[in-house]
Write a protein that binds this ligand. Structure first.
Ligand code: SF4
Length: 320
């Protein structure tokens, strides 16, 4: 994008808007997308909410600016729509830690266990799971499972360990983690908070990069004073309504774009400006344009997998 002149960018955006109408399309942008992608999106948010919103629209085409498993979730919830992902190489290091053969082998070793999968998983993994969950509702899902039942929790070991600490219940945990979390360690958080003691500390664990912060908090590695664990909407609301003028945000840097745009008089400091998910930055105006023009790359989830995956998502939604 750096090489494009402003005029070219304006033309590109006009072309995208024109193609959007022709294709009866909507554009969804995950919070971690580049600012220019968030600006052209019909909806921005976290992966599940985006897929739910898209399913409610009359659009025939969904352009999902995010990573692959998110576009799959959109395809599962909107089987009659065409779902495009502008860059098919946009993966997720957390979702990639477990494949379907590994899950089947794990299940064979624990034949009576209930499988709970974090939303950052492929459609195949969701289809082999009893429940899906997000970081916001994971506790509810675990508490809804009878205490005499063994639980396999995957793939996020930090979210799983957090749930173990909070519930006091032993879970079988898959050792998966997101590579971005390594830049958001307790010492980095505590140093920055020491420099800005008046700032509120907001944790946004809607992707695997931030679930470790929930674990650090539960363990006392991060102070709970003036600390809020918030969903995307909760975070945006808190930034607007709080009397604080300075916030330290534990998140991938993408969500700061919207917070700064909506609250120009307030200061938002990322815990670590290097906490960047490079997969999320692969989508550009160019790739969105090409995707809509050529109707590439379509995300197709086979019907038998989509139906089973939908069941695990619906079971989660029934509890929330
Ligand atoms: S931040 Fe981590 S968990 Fe989220 S999409 Fe990127 S790699 Fe996956």
């Amino acid at each position: 994008m750096e090489r494009l002149e402003i005029k070219q960018i304006d033309h590109l955006i006009e072309d995208i808007q024109r193609l959007k109408e022709t294709r009866k399309a909507i554009i969804l942008a995950h919070n971690y997308q580049l600012g220019e992608i968030q600006d052209i999106a019909d909806f921005t948010g976290d992966s599940l909410k985006l897929s739910q919103k898209a399913a409610e629209t009359e659009a025939e085409t969904i352009v999902f600016c995010g990573v692959n498993f998110m576009a799959e979730t959109a395809a599962i919830l909107s089987p009659e729509k065409t779902v495009l992902v502008p860059d098919p190489a946009a993966g997720c290091s957390l979702a990639d830690t477990i494949n379907i053969d590994q899950l089947k082998t794990w299940k064979m070793k624990h034949p009576n266990a209930i499988v709970v999968s974090y939303i950052n998983t492929t459609a195949e993994i969701k289809a082999e799971s009893d429940y899906c969950c997000t970081s916001t509702n994971a506790l509810k899902v675990i508490n809804a499972i009878p205490s005499n039942k063994e639980i396999l929790f995957l793939p996020d070991i930090f979210l799983g360990t957090y749930l173990q600490t909070i519930t006091g219940r032993k879970l079988q945990l898959w050792p998966g983690e997101c590579h971005v979390h390594a830049s958001i360690r307790p010492n980095v958080v505590n140093n920055l908070r020491g420099q800005h003691p008046e700032a509120e500390f907001l944790i946004h664990p809607e992707c695997g990069c931030l679930t470790p912060s929930m674990y650090y908090l539960a363990n006392g590695d991060i102070s709970s004073k003036d600390t809020h664990i918030l969903s995307t909407e909760g975070m945006i609301r808190r930034a607007k309504e709080s009397s604080a003028s300075r916030f330290i945000i534990a998140t991938e840097v993408g969500i700061l774009y919207k917070m700064k745009r909506d609250n120009p008089r307030k200061t938002f400091l990322p815990v670590n400006p290097d906490a960047v998910c490079e997969y999320m930055k692969q989508t550009t105006l160019d790739t969105v344009y090409k995707s809509l023009k050529e109707m590439i790359y379509q995300v197709k989830v086979p019907k038998n997998i989509a139906v089973k995956a939908r069941r695990s998502i619906d079971k989660m939604l029934e509890l929330t």
